[in-house]
Design a protein around this ligand. Structure first.
Ligand code: GDG
Length: 496
């Protein structure tokens, strides 16, 4: 088996990966199961020459960042430009001079440090928005290996992407990959739209996109979880305040403005107001560990949330009942599954999310005989697969408040039927099928400038029209909900 070289912004100790978030857990699983090398940032800050020292330990190769790299590349371009824009928050983007140059420089430096460790038959798999230019920097060093890219966050509508001053440079960087993987079909449609309208890409007869002077495949590979990890848990006892009859609604989200936490708190407050019979009967437990706290938008959301929790608890709370149980710390992963299982509702209501693994974890952790109900935002990538959840528009506070009531009152038989369908969807695209399908497609789609592939390119619109024709339901005006464009790579197997 060929070696797979994983490249991601953050590399974590394989023994401690279980304490980290979804991307780290997924990549640690690939690194453990395959012949692999995992390269990236070790999470530390170093000065001067030390920032260029690669530490090798087993399958891991890590480097620190310098303080200026951390500011300009990680906190700057990646998390103050790409993250907000890709989540449709142009209002929060900080297009500061120098960020993009630092972003490219860090990618160049990391590519230069990895290149001497590469072997000719390695397959290279680069992860997430921090590293979009990584392949083009490797190509400049003469690397000809198959290189794939996976975007864990959504791809925005093409006109939103155009607002990034360096969008053309980013498009050139994407063209250096052989395969670009996205979470959902809607993301594939957005990227194709951009390639077609923004940088005049064309589709060649084999389904690949001709972009500048390269051929690239684009397909969706919905990420999943290790289902067995969550399915084997027991109900966590002693976790709910007050008598056991109190129903818990659970939320687990990094404290990020994309996760819709203020909207969730407001909807819960409105639910208590509209349905007073549920006061003292229900609690909302929100686990919201801190993240990127030195970026201004993140301290703003924290203040907003704490003030909302305070006012709802002050308004409705009693001496023996606090309606919102808000925890601004990380909870050990081994406890999360038990908390999911003992909660009547899993409330996953981001304003925008690439996939959202918490939704899948909540489903996997339920007791099939007496399952809880998943309330899921229509703007989470997971909504494309988890159609039997109660799907809500998180901006609609009234509707979300009513859906909380419906979830609490849902009869057992309906809960079981919905859970069975949700569980089938979660099993279908678990974490190992995700990595296997991406890597096997990447090995197949090597774009080695086959001259036949360059003949008679067509506008990408043709592919998008085929997608629309294949839709289960007619498109809503002004929207596109693609069902089956997979590019050349994905046309051969069911990857979502
Ligand atoms: C990005 C994309 C995409 C959360 N709190 C704690 C904790 N977690 C774990 C959860 C889950 C993971 O972190 C979060 O994953 P999500 O998918 O929900 O969201 P992001 O962190 O934003 O991830 C997202 C994902 O990448 C994968 O491609 O789905 O759309 O934004 O696994 O359980 N884990 C522990 N304590 C916590 O307090 N141990």
């Amino acid at each position: 088996m060929r070696r797979v070289v994983l490249v991601s912004n953050r590399v974590v100790d394989l023994r401690k990966a279980a304490q980290a978030g979804g991307v780290a857990v997924a990549l640690a699983g690939v690194a453990r199961r395959r012949h692999a090398l995992w390269f990236g940032w070790n999470g530390g800050i170093a000065s001067g020459d030390q920032a260029d020292t690669v530490a090798r330990e087993g399958r891991l190769a890590t480097v620190p960042l310098s303080e200026s790299d951390h500011q300009g590349y990680y906190l700057g371009y990646a998390n103050s430009v790409l993250w907000p824009v890709f989540h449709n928050r142009l209002d929060l983007a900080q297009f500061e001079a120098g960020f993009f140059e630092r972003f490219v420089a860090v990618n160049r430096r990391l590519a230069g440090l990895l290149q001497p460790m590469l072997r000719p038959d390695d397959v290279i798999w680069v992860h997430d928005y921090h590293l979009i230019p990584f392949a083009s920097e490797l190509r400049k060093l003469g690397v000809q290996n198959a290189i794939g890219f996976y975007l864990h966050i959504p791809f925005p509508p093409w006109q939103t992407f155009l607002a990034i001053p360096e969008h053309q440079e980013l498009a050139h960087a994407l063209a250096a990959y052989d395969l670009v993987g996205l979470q959902t079909k809607a993301d594939v449609a957005n990227l194709l739209d951009y390639m077609s309208n923004g940088v005049f890409g064309r589709i060649v007869p084999d389904g690949r996109i001709r972009l500048f002077d390269r051929l690239v495949s684009v397909a969706s590979f919905p990420i999943g979880i290790d289902v067995a990890d969550f399915a084997k848990v027991r109900r966590a006892g002693g976790l709910v305040q007050g008598p056991p009859s109190i129903a818990r609604i659970i939320g687990v989200d990094r404290l990020d403005y994309t996760k819709g936490l203020p909207h969730k708190f407001k909807a819960f407050g409105r639910f208590l107001e509209k349905h007073p019979q549920y006061q003292r009967q229900v609690v909302l437990t929100q686990i919201a560990p801190p993240t990127r706290a030195s970026v201004e938008a993140y301290s703003d959301i924290r203040q907003q949330l704490e003030s909302l929790a305070g006012s709802i608890n002050g308004r409705f709370g009693e001496l023996d009942w606090v309606p919102i149980h808000y925890i601004h710390r990380s909870t050990p992963r081994r406890r999360l599954a038990g908390i999911y299982r003992s909660s009547r509702i899993g409330m996953v209501t981001p304003l925008r999310d690439g996939m959202n693994l918490v939704a899948k974890e909540y489903v996997a952790a339920q007791d099939a005989e007496d399952p809880g109900v998943l309330v899921l935002s229509q703007f989470a990538g997971a909504a494309e697969e988890l159609t039997e959840a109660l799907i809500v528009n998180p901006y609609n506070i009234e509707e979300t408040a009513d859906v909380i009531r419906s979830a609490l009152e849902m009869p057992l038989q309906e809960r079981r039927t919905r859970h069975e369908a949700l569980m089938a969807a979660v099993r279908k695209h678990d974490v190992s099928s995700w990595s296997q399908s991406f890597l096997s497609q990447l090995e197949r789609v090597r774009s080695d400038d086959d001259p036949a592939g360059w003949r008679s390119p067509e506008p990408i619109r043709t592919a998008l029209e085929k997608l629309e024709q294949a839709m289960d339901s007619p498109p809503r005006p002004g929207s596109r909900k693609p069902k089956d464009y997979q590019g050349r790579a994905a046309a051969r197997s069911d990857i979502g």
